[in-house]
Every structure is written in structure tokens, then in C-alpha cells.
Design a protein around this ligand. Structure first.
Ligand code: FAD
Length: 455
């Protein structure tokens, strides 16, 4: 039997094991995990009727692979969909409803865009110039900021698009690679000569579909998905070695020597799924040196639970993101009890805010109490809150958001080619590569597993 080591038991590592075992049951699979639990960044707090995500919050339902995997492991009936509601942008010291029809900030309906106070009249005229500005070749890549500034102007970018897009990547929009994150916008520009025209046309096609939440979760939280996946793997003969920290991976004539907790074990194949901040110490040759300088952002989630009588929230909706030009420490907040019916007991208000932007050191510089205080000072600007929370939880995720700067995806393709020619039977994958979303991690894991199975 061939032996495969999968390094890391986050969602990427666990799903890689799932697809490898399914595709080629004669592999002996060891998942090697430094911590004592599976899931990596995924952590759910489940207590006293609360189901609160401390890391990622949900996944995009249109990326079907995660729903399919959930069904495969018997969790179809545990899936839940978010409640839809108005989302807001905090800009110019005020919460503004996101104009109706805006797709990731790109306006597709005239009236809501004309009436929004997020953008000045001059800013709106500038955005309308999108209809006449000619497409420009993207040679070879451009930042998301530069692309949208050119098409729609600085104001629409800064007050509408940036808060929605950069939050997903915890990134500086003027460094974030368009080709690595939102390449479809470039295709739309080229096909229609105008982003607004193109987005309006694709919106017409989906408008007739019934309005349903676009995010998915599990009634017992994302961690329940991880626990079930780990259980299924163990039942199928996969070994998960918890509290085993990989220190080195060395290529030999026959395969790979993986050193963990001071001991070296031989494997025929290896799938590496740890973040690049970890594997950059194991692979430095050729184009892999890119990971020595690839940046990350540290973020923290700040959860506060209140009795609903303590919070007077005039904005009726599911949450808000914050324009970068605002003077706040938090970058976004979800009114979690409104967005997810399963998250809090009746009568409670659950706020979940994010802290941490590229270049700031709030997460590193402050203790939990100080972070809660800073978040609370910001939240007091957006709603009336009296008294202290029943409880608060700060979860720090250091260096957790890999930064896909301009040119990223081309470098990744070069690296993937290099690894496949210089490291037979080894794949490096995960969120530092092609995409960060949970379903994207599963897709990348599936690709890695199929590569190993069919070599
Ligand atoms: P990880 O989860 O980082 O797992 C890597 C594993 O490797 C860990 O278990 C770690 O302990 C282990 N490990 C590390 N070093 C070693 C070693 N030396 N030896 C052995 N094991 C090791 N995506 C969404 O789709 N929706 C969201 O709502 C969302 N929100 C997010 C919010 C935050 C705050 C962050 C940071 C990310 C969010 N993401 C979201 C992105 C998504 O959570 C991540 O991209 C994804 O969880 C990464 O999974 P992974 O398995 O690749 O890596």
C-alpha cells in the first residue's frame, strides 16, 4: 500500500483526504495536524443556545462543492440559509443602505444609485462615465483599485466597492490583484464595453429567480461539518495524527521524509495544506521563494452578546461594512441574530465585528479587553447600546489572510508547474494559492487529491 501524508487538518487537508480515499482506497493516509483538533481557522462556540462562528462565518451557496460534500457525509438536512435583509455601508459617519441592485458595489439600477447619499452628485456623474470609457488591456494584471477607479471613479470605489470587496481578502484594494480575485469583471468590461451595462445584463438573467439567501451554514455551526468530515475519514481508515507538528519535508529518491515532533517518517506522496507562512520554511527553491515575501493580514473577530433590550438599532438589516476612509478600528459587523436564526437564543442580540486591516497592528498591540473596548466605541457610533455585554469573545487569527497582490495568480501557475516537475507525488495547496473561500479550499483539495491518485 502506498502511503500519503496530508499536512494540516483544516478544511483543505480534511477534504483532500476525503477525495483521495474516495478516488484511490488503496492509499494509506495520515493527516498530520499540529494542534489537538481538526478545522484550522474554523471554530464554533456552542453554548447556552448560542452557535457562534469565531473564524469564518459561512460559505457562498452558489459554489456547490461544499453543499455536495455536506450531502455526501450525511449533513444535507443540517444546512441552513441566511435570512436576507438590508446591508449597510458605514461612510461619512453614517450607516447608508447599500443601493438596491448594486452587485459587489457596481450599480445596476439607476434610481437607488441616483438617490444614495453614499456618493456625491459629481461622483455619480463620474461613475456614469463607465458607459463611454473604452476597455483597456489588462497587461498582465492590475489592482482591483486601479481597475474600478478607472471605470467608475474614486468615490464609487472608496465608498461602495472597496468596503465590500476588500473585506473578503482583508486586503488593500490598490494592491489586490484583479486577475487573482475578480477576473470576471475584466471579462464583463471587454464583452460589453461597460461594467454597468454588463452587470445589468447578467442581473436581468437572475432577477426572475426567487430571492434567497446566498450563504450557507450548518445548524450546529461550521465546526459540526468539520467534526463529521473527520469522523467519516477515521471510519474509512484515515489516521489523523493530532499534536504532531511537521518540522521539515525532504525529497528522497523514493518519496519524502516528513519530520514531525523530532521523528522522521517515510511517505510515497505528500499533500501540503498548511498556510504559506508555515511551508515557506520547507520549500525555498526556484519560484517557491515567492512565499518568503508574500504578505498576510492579521484579523480578529469580536463577538458581543446582549439582551435585546440593551441594543437600540434603528437600521433594520443583517450587517454593515465600513469604508476605509472612516475613522474606525472595526472593519465590518454582522447583526448575527438577524442574519442567522440558529445563532442566538430568542431575546438576545448578537454582534460580530471584525478588527484588523492590512498595515495596522491593532490585533497584535492590544489585549482582549482593549479590543472589546475599541470595538464597542465604534459600535456606539452606529447604534445605541446600554450596559455591558453578557459575554464577549475575541478570536485572533494572526497572519490569517494571505494577500493576493498584483501578479499573484501568474506566480502561482509558475509555482504549480515547478512543483509538478521538481517534486513528483507532492502537491502544495490551500488558501495561499488560488482562492480563500471555504468551497474554493475544497475544490483545490479535490484537485490535489486527484493529482496524487492518478500519478
Ligand atoms: P487552515 O484552516 O489554516 O488549516 C491549516 C491547518 O494546518 C491548521 O489546522 C493548523 O493547525 C495546521 N498546521 C499549521 N502548521 C502545521 C505544522 N507545522 N504541522 C502540522 N499542521 C500544521 N471563507 C469563507 O468561505 N467564508 C467566510 O465567512 C470566511 N471568513 C473568514 C474569516 C476570517 C477571519 C478568516 C481568517 C478567513 C475567512 N475565510 C472565509 C477563509 C477561510 O476560512 C480559509 O481560507 C480556510 O479556512 C483555510 O483553510 P485551510 O485548511 O486551507 O487552512
Amino acid at each position: 500500500m502506498k502511503k500519503c501524508a496530508i499536512i494540516g487538518a483544516g478544511i483543505t487537508g480534511l477534504s483532500a483526504a476525503y477525495y483521495l480515499e474516495q478516488e484511490s482506497p488503496d492509499f494509506e493516509i495520515d493527516i498530520i495536524e499540529a494542534s489537538g483538533v481538526p478545522g484550522g481557522k474554523i471554530k464554533t462556540y456552542r453554548k447556552d443556545g448560542y452557535t457562534i462562528e469565531l473564524g469564518p462565518e459561512s460559505y457562498l451557496g452558489r459554489k456547490k462543492i461544499m453543499t455536495e460534500l455536506a450531502a455526501d457525509i450525511g449533513m444535507k438536512d443540517e444546512l441552513v440559509v441566511n435570512n436576507t435583509g438590508q446591508s449597510y455601508i458605514y461612510a461619512k459617519n453614517k450607516l447608508h443602505p447599500i443601493p438596491g441592485g448594486a452587485i459587489l458595489g457596481i450599480p445596476t439600477e439607476l434610481r437607488p444609485f441616483i438617490t444614495t447619499r453614499l456618493i456625491s452628485p459629481i461622483g455619480k456623474v463620474r461613475a456614469a462615465m463607465d458607459y463611454i470609457i473604452k476597455p483597456k488591456p489588462m497587461n498582465p494584471d492590475v489592482s482591483v483599485g486601479a481597475f474600478f477607479r478607472r471605470r467608475l471613479g474614486n468615490e464609487t470605489l472608496e465608498n461602495l466597492i472597496e468596503p465590500l470587496m476588500s473585506g473578503i481578502y482583508g486586503a488593500d484594494i490598490d494592491k489586490l490583484s484583479l486577475k487573482s480575485t475578480f477576473p470576471d469583471f475584466k471579462k464583463t468590461e471587454e464583452a460589453y464595453g461597460s461594467l454597468i451595462k454588463g452587470m445589468r445584463s447578467s442581473r436581468k438573467e437572475t432577477k426572475s429567480a426567487p430571492k434567497q439567501g446566498q450563504f450557507r451554514q450548518f445548524k450546529n455551526g461550521l465546526q459540526s461539518f468539520i467534526e463529521r468530515l473527520a469522523e467519516v475519514l477515521v471510519n474509512r481508515g484515515v489516521t489523523i495524527k493530532y499534536n504532531h507538528k511537521v518540522e521539515a519535508i525532504n525529497k528522497t529518491a523514493q518519496g519524502y521524509e516528513v519530520t514531525m515532533n523530532g521523528e522522521t517518517h517515510f511517505y510515497d506522496s505528500v499533500i501540503v495544506t498548511v498556510p504559506h507562512t508555515v511551508f515557506k520554511d520547507w520549500f525555498k527553491d526556484g519560484p517557491l521563494d515567492y512565499f518568503q515575501t508574500m504578505k498576510t493580514t492579521s484579523v480578529a473577530t469580536v463577538v458581543m452578546a446582549f439582551d435585546e433590550s440593551q441594543v437600540n438599532n434603528k437600521a433594520n438589516g443583517t450587517g454593515f461594512v465600513i469604508a476605509r476612509n472612516s475613522d474606525t478600528v472595526i472593519t465590518a459587523c454582522t447583526w448575527t441574530d438577524k442574519k442567522w436564526s440558529h445563532a442566538a437564543p430568542k431575546g438576545k442580540t448578537l454582534l460580530r465585528a471584525y478588527v484588523g486591516r492590512p498595515g495596522d497592528t491593532v490585533v497584535q498591540d492590544h489585549d482582549d479587553a482593549a479590543i472589546v473596548k475599541l470595538a464597542r466605541q465604534d459600535l456606539d457610533k452606529m447604534m445605541e447600546i446600554t450596559g455591558e455585554p453578557e459575554f464577549s469573545i475575541v478570536t485572533r487569527l494572526y497572519n490569517s489572510m494571505p494577500q493576493y497582490e498584483v501578479g499573484h495568480i501568474d506566480k502561482i501557475h509558475t509555482i504549480q508547474h515547478y512543483v509538478s516537475t521538481h517534486y513528483p507525488n507532492l502537491v502544495i495547496t490551500g488558501a495561499s494559492f488560488e482562492a480563500v473561500g471555504l468551497p474554493d479550499c475544497i475544490s483545490q483539495a479535490q484537485k490535489a487529491a486527484l493529482k496524487i491518485a492518478h500519478r
